[in-house]
Design a protein around this ligand. Structure first.
Ligand code: C2O
Ligand code: CU
Length: 457
C-alpha cells in the first residue's frame, strides 16, 4: 500500500498542476462541477497527447473522509477529449497498490496492441502508453474504466471511471452547438471506515450499489443553465445501479444519441432507462424561469431492494435565454439487412455464465469473420436483469421478444429482463483480434459472465 504521506505528496503535485482544491469536499446542493480534463501535453490537428495516472486520493463525502481510487486525483476521473480522426496518445501511470489497465468503453478502435487492449496487465508503479486513432464518424459520448478481469468491480466501485468525449462535425449543427452542453457522470458510492464499502457475498449476486448518487462527484447539484436548451451527455458509471431518468415536470427528455452515436431524429421519452455502462445524450428545452429536476424513478431489476425516487440534478434556467428549437433530422443511421447476416448465434445469459460456461480468457468462444454481419440472439435465461455489452463492435437491436425495434440506433449496451430474447445485428468491421462480450453488472462480469470473441480474417 502507498503510505499516507506518499499519497498526499502525489495529490499535492496535482494540486499545483491543476489548481484543484483537494482534498475535495463533496456536499449537497453545490453547482454541478465540470469534470476536470486530463493534462494535455500536446494538442495539434490530428493528435492529442495526454497524461493520466490512477492514484489513491483523499476526499470527503458529506463530511465523511474517504480514500478513493481516482484517475488524475479526480472523481469522476479526468475527462478525455478528442475529435474524430484524432490519434490519442495517452501516457498512463499506475500509482495504485495493485495492477490495473484501461478500457475505452464503446470506442471503435482495435482491441489489440496499444489501443483498447484489455489483456494488458499494468503492475503498480509501471507506465504504459496507449495510442490509437479514432475513426471518422465516431463522435459521441464514451467512458473509460479498468478492465483487469476479477478486479473490475472493486476498482470501478472505488472510483476509477472517467468520461471520454469525441467531437465531430455533427456537434457543430446550430441546434446542438447553441445548447449548453454538460457531461453528467452518474456513480453511486458508499463509504465504510473511510474507504469504499467492501464487497459482501451478496453483492456479487446482486451487484454492488448503495450510498448517495454522485453527479460529477456532487450530491444533488444545481445546474444553472447558460442557454435555454441543455444537452446532457449522461453516463451510467455505476457497478450495478440502474437509472430510470425523468423530468419532474412531466416534460419528456428528448433522446438524440444512444451510447456513442446520434439517432435519426430526437425521440421524446417520458423516462429513460440507463443501465450500467450505457450512455445517452438528451436535449432538455428550458422554459423561461421554470426550474426543473432530473429525477431517478424506481426500477425493479429483480433484486430484493431497489431504489426509491431521488432527485439527481436541480436545473435552474437562465433568465434571459431565448427559446431554442429542437433539431428535426439528425443523421442517417445505416440500415442493416438481416438477410445479409452470415451467421446466427445464440448467446444465453444466466448468473455468472454465458452459454452455460464461466469466463476463461484462454478459450476462444466466438470467432466472427472480419467484415461479416452477424445476427445474435441474446437470451436472459436467469432471474434478474443483465445489461449486455460487446467491446469494439457495436450493434443495432433488430427485435425484442419478437417485436421489431422501431428506432434504428447504434448501441453497445442492451438490457435484458429475465426471459427477454433480443436480436442484435452486429457488423464485425475494421479490426480483427481478441476481445470480450459480457454482462456489465461489474460483479457478474468478474464472476464469469463474460466470453471471448476473436474476429478472424
Ligand atoms: Cu465498460 Cu467490458 O466494459
Ligand atoms: Cu449480470
Amino acid at each position: 500500500m502507498l503510505d499516507r504521506r506518499g499519497v498526499l505528496r502525489l495529490g499535492g503535485g496535482l494540486i499545483a498542476a491543476s489548481g484543484l482544491p483537494w482534498p475535495r469536499a463533496i456536499a449537497s446542493g453545490a453547482l454541478l462541477p465540470d469534470v476536470p480534463p486530463a493534462r494535455v501535453l500536446k494538442r495539434e490537428p490530428g493528435l492529442v497527447e495526454v497524461e493520466l495516472d490512477a492514484q489513491v486520493q483523499d476526499a470527503s463525502i458529506r463530511g465523511e473522509a474517504g480514500r478513493l481510487w481516482t484517475y488524475g486525483g479526480s472523481f469522476p476521473g479526468r475527462a478525455l477529449e478528442a475529435r474524430e480522426g484524432d490519434t490519442v496518445r495517452l501516457h498512463f501511470a499506475n500509482r495504485l497498490p495493485e495492477a490495473t489497465n484501461l478500457h475505452f468503453h464503446g470506442l471503435h478502435i482495435p482491441p489489440t496492441g496499444t489501443a483498447d487492449n484489455i489483456w494488458l496487465h499494468i503492475p503498480p508503479d509501471e507506465r504504459f502508453t496507449y495510442e490509437f486513432t479514432i475513426p471518422k464518424g465516431e463522435a459521441g459520448t464514451y467512458w473509460y474504466h479498468p478492465h483487469l478481469h476479477g478486479a473490475i468491480a472493486r476498482q470501478l466501485w472505488a472510483g476509477l471511471a472517467g468520461p471520454l468525449i469525441v467531437r465531430g462535425p455533427e456537434d457543430e449543427r446550430p441546434e446542438l452547438a447553441a445548447a449548453d452542453e454538460r457531461v453528467v457522470m452518474l456513480k453511486d458510492l458508499a463509504l465504510e471506515d473511510g474507504l469504499p464499502a467492501p464487497h459482501r457475498p451478496l453483492d456479487w449476486m446482486q451487484g454492488k450499489q448503495g450510498g448517495p448518487v454522485l453527479v460529477n462527484g456532487a450530491i444533488r447539484p444545481r445546474l444553472r443553465a447558460r442557454a435555454s436548451m441543455l444537452r446532457l451527455r449522461l453516463i451510467n458509471a455505476c457497478n450495478a445501479k440502474y437509472f430510470r431518468l425523468a423530468l419532474d415536470s412531466g416534460q419528456p427528455l428528448h433522446l438524440i444519441a444512444t451510447d456513442g452515436h446520434l439517432i435519426e431524429e430526437p425521440m421524446a421519452l417520458d423516462d429513460l432507462l440507463l443501465v450500467p455502462g450505457e450512455r445517452a445524450d438528451v436535449l432538455v428545452p428550458l422554459e423561461h424561469g421554470r426550474p426543473l429536476r432530473l429525477v431517478d424513478l424506481p426500477y425493479d431489476r429483480r433484486i430484493p431492494r431497489y431504489a426509491r425516487r431521488e432527485t439527481l440534478i436541480e436545473i435552474l434556467p437562465s433568465a434571459e435565454a431565448k427559446p431554442l428549437p429542437l433539431p428535426d433530422r439528425l443523421v442517417e443511421v445505416r440500415r442493416l439487412d438481416p438477410q445479409a447476416a452470415t451467421c446466427h448465434r445464440l448467446v444465453t445469459m444466466a448468473m455468472f455464465l454465458i452459454n452455460g460456461q464461466p469466463f476463461n480468457p484462454d478459450r476462444i468462444d466466438t470467432t466472427p469473420r472480419l467484415d461479416d454481419l452477424e445476427l445474435w440472439e441474446v437470451a436472459n435465461v436467469g432471474t434478474m436483469d443483465h445489461p449486455f455489452h460487446i467491446h469494439t463492435w457495436y450493434f443495432q437491436v433488430l427485435s425484442r421478444n419478437g417485436r421489431p425495434e422501431t428506432t434504428r440506433a447504434w448501441r453497445d449496451m442492451v438490457n435484458l429482463r429475465p426471459g427477454d430474447r433480443v436480436e442484435l445485428l452486429v457488423p464485425f468491421g475494421s479490426y480483427s483480434g481478441k476481445s470480450v462480450y459480457h454482462c456489465h453488472v461489474a460483479e457478474h462480469g468478474d464472476k464469469g459472465m463474460m466470453a471471448t470473441l476473436e474476429v478472424v480474417t
